[in-house]
Design a protein around this ligand. Sequence first.
Ligand SMILES: [Zn+2]
Length: 414
Amino acid sequence: MLTLCFISFTVQSQKKTPYILKPDRIFDGRTMHTNWIVKVNQDTIAYVGSANNYKGTLKDTIIILKGMTLIPGMIEGHGHLFLYPYNQKAWNDQVLKESQSYRVVRATTHAKKNVLAGFTSFRDLGTEGAGYADFGLKKAIDEGLIIGPRLQISSKAIVATGSYGPKDVAPEITIPLGAEEADGENLIKVVRSQIRAGADFIKVYADYRWGKNNTAAPTFSVKELKLIVNTANSSGRQVAAHASTAEGMRRAIEAGIKIIEHGDSGTPEIFNLMAAKKVALCPTLAAGYSIERYKGWISEQHKTPQRIIQKKKSFAQALKAGVTILAGGDVGVFEHGNNVLELEMMVAYGMAPKAVLQSVTAVNAQVFDMPKVGEIKIGNYADLVVVKGNPTKNISDLRNVKMVIKGGDIVLNK
Ligand SMILES: [Zn+2]
């Protein structure tokens, strides 16, 4: 094989010339392989498999990646491109005091950070008061105007009247909210209008902190949730439910929702039900962890907050029940580009590194119904990430990103 020391191609010339990547290891989304190569032609994976079986010509440009692992472009399973860490600016202030134009400009920088961290796809769980701005952001990325991940968007998200924030105003004053209120039969219309505005899936808050003393409590009835599910599903779209209480989760499952976000107070019974009904959990471990940090929790050495204790417990119960675990940290609550924090926490809370890698690639793609991403296979988009080391041994090696390729374009090479 040719050994070619490369690097100084422009994105344009790379795109025209097919090239081969030969790292030490290739994780294809399911399994690790050695002595494998990947051939990229235009925006597509043209070959993946044993180097020995490759029938191409020696004239092909070969990029040797010593000591490196090649993985599929990662998929951020739960994020908000229109949010940034609450310790920099409180959520209320982001929603109420920042103009939409400012938030859009910021979101473009967040999008870039995700890609450069190796996350070439991103599921956005609501613009949090920025209206339908995710629609234009997605279009600008798809057209190549700005660098960003392939987006799956939900537009405004749906909340029950009176449940969502911001709330700290006099009751007679109406203020813009972080999501769209709807109830009863009107849910059908709101789902349809969000679809019209570009939502790839519908996000609903099956519970929220509207209970007594701001505790989390279920919001919609099962009947209401079913209206959402039936309307979304008839258009071929999925519904994802924010739910952290056991009852909120139970209602979402009963209504036919297939993805539950957070799930903090799930119980063994609920997780068994999820496993039986093939409902997946996106645990967002890093969100609660980050919020506790912002509140002053300094480190593992200090008294662990109740929220963290509970989250560790319920995550272990979900694993034990055999629930499909998605990888999504609620990035935006913490810094865009620090997405790997969630994956490190999944390992710290009991998942094997290989299973975490499967979640953030093939499993996410499959459950979210994202076509042609998440696995390195012929015909899929050439969305690829090269990291130094072996993340199935040490998940933090995912922080050592050396190269990011999206649709065949080398967007990072260091
Ligand atoms: Zn979220």
